[in-house]
Design a protein around this ligand. Structure first.
Ligand code: AHM
Ligand code: MG
Length: 337
């Protein structure tokens, strides 16, 4: 790890280059993907910032693959990312939470050795009320032999991610990423348009402060899930209670818990046997970051990063955050639906 003095200003570009130098065999392609994501993040931030002004709020009539009405900014953000990556020669394919199928690199452009999976604007239903939203991304190396990426390249277990991260569009815009060498956070300085290193080597506090869960679903939870939540709330006399904080925007809830210590839960129930969140676009990238920061993510039965995906848009129950809190889940015999 390269050391920086408290006074030196480190741009994301410089940081990525310095990290890359530690690997003489690196070709610079992964670094290029990270720069492109930083650029896409700045472009989306710009759109999100001006959302209230540009009269582009509200839902379009298109319904996405999850059966939800897309917000206009979802569509715009999706397009920004696809356009930022489809001609760079670093990717052989992409997949987006907003599109039903693999996004292939257009004919005529070189195909590279990586695949990118992303949720272009998570929590976008919150934009109308000025709540933080985020972009989440995940990168793997292609494992098939052909030039173009295939489904098999997309359906790799999360432990094979070579990079992952998110951009949070909050009171400031931040990009947090990992390439397996720790999790690092950069804050966008809007006056110069650069992401500057602000949170090197993030470590999630071992002493958790927060519980993030939507307990409107309590009536649907099985008894072991209710018992787990009673534990977190200190109602079973086993521990002191966690504070409840739930934005309903995954990136914002995760980011707060990453910096302040806590656990995010999106349990399964009989009506939603795999919960709501997507394994490939949401759970895996955040699980990679959590683990790099000393935390953990499980689906209630095992490590998220070890799950073998079977389809692009598969959902998963998710318990994510400070290690000891996530390990507590194993003490409760959650039913598998
Ligand atoms: P989205 O991908 O359609 O935006 O939905 C994902 C969002 C997450 O940001 C958040 O954690 C979750 O949905 C909240 O769901 P709920 O309202 O059921 O608690
Ligand atoms: Mg999402």
């Amino acid at each position: 790890m390269v050391r920086h003095t408290a006074t030196s200003v480190v741009t994301i570009e410089r940081f990525i280059i310095e990290q890359e130098r530690m690997f003489p065999e690196a070709t610079g392609e992964l670094s290029g993907i990270l720069y492109d994501m930083a650029l896409a993040g700045k472009m989306i931030a710009n759109k999100v910032r001006s959302a209230g002004l540009a009269d582009i709020l509200g839902a379009t009539s298109d319904v996405n693959v999850q059966g939800e009405v897309q917000q206009k900014l979802d569509v715009i953000s999706n397009e920004i990312i696809v356009k930022a990556f489809d001609h760079g020669g670093r990717l052989c394919a992409m997949a987006s939470e907003e599109e039903p199928d693999i996004i292939h690199i257009p004919e005529g452009f070189r195909a590279g050795k990586y695949v990118l999976l992303f949720d272009p604007l998570d929590g976008s239903s919150n934009i109308d009320v000025n709540v933080p939203v985020g972009t989440i991304f995940s990168v793997y190396q292609k494992i098939t032999r052909g030039a173009r990426g295939e489904m098999e390249d997309m359906l790799q277990p999360g432990r094979r991610q070579v990079a992952a991260g998110y951009v949070i569009y909050g009171s400031s815009t931040m990009l947090v990423y990992t390439t397996g060498q720790g999790a690092h956070g950069f804050t966008l300085d809007p006056s110069i348009g650069e992401f500057l290193l602000s949170h090197p080597n993030i470590q999630i506090p071992t002493r958790a402060r927060y519980l993030s869960v939507n307990d409107a679903y309590e009536q649907d939870w099985p008894e072991p899930t209710r018992a787990l939540m009673r534990r977190y709330r200190g109602l079973d006399g086993q521990r002191s209670p966690l504070n409840v904080r739930y934005v309903g925007s995954l990136v914002a809830d995760f980011h707060r818990n990453l910096l302040g210590g806590g656990v995010f839960c999106y349990p399964a129930n009989e009506k939603a046997p795999k919960g709501k969140l997507r394994l490939l676009y949401e759970a895996n990238p955040l699980a990679f970051i959590a683990e790099q920061a000393g935390g953990l993510a499980t689906n209630g039965f095992g490590r998220i990063l070890d799950v073998q995906p079977t389809e692009l848009h598969e959902r998963t129950p998710l318990y994510l955050g400070s290690k000891a809190e996530v390990e507590t889940v194993a003490e409760f015999p959650l039913p598998q639906y």
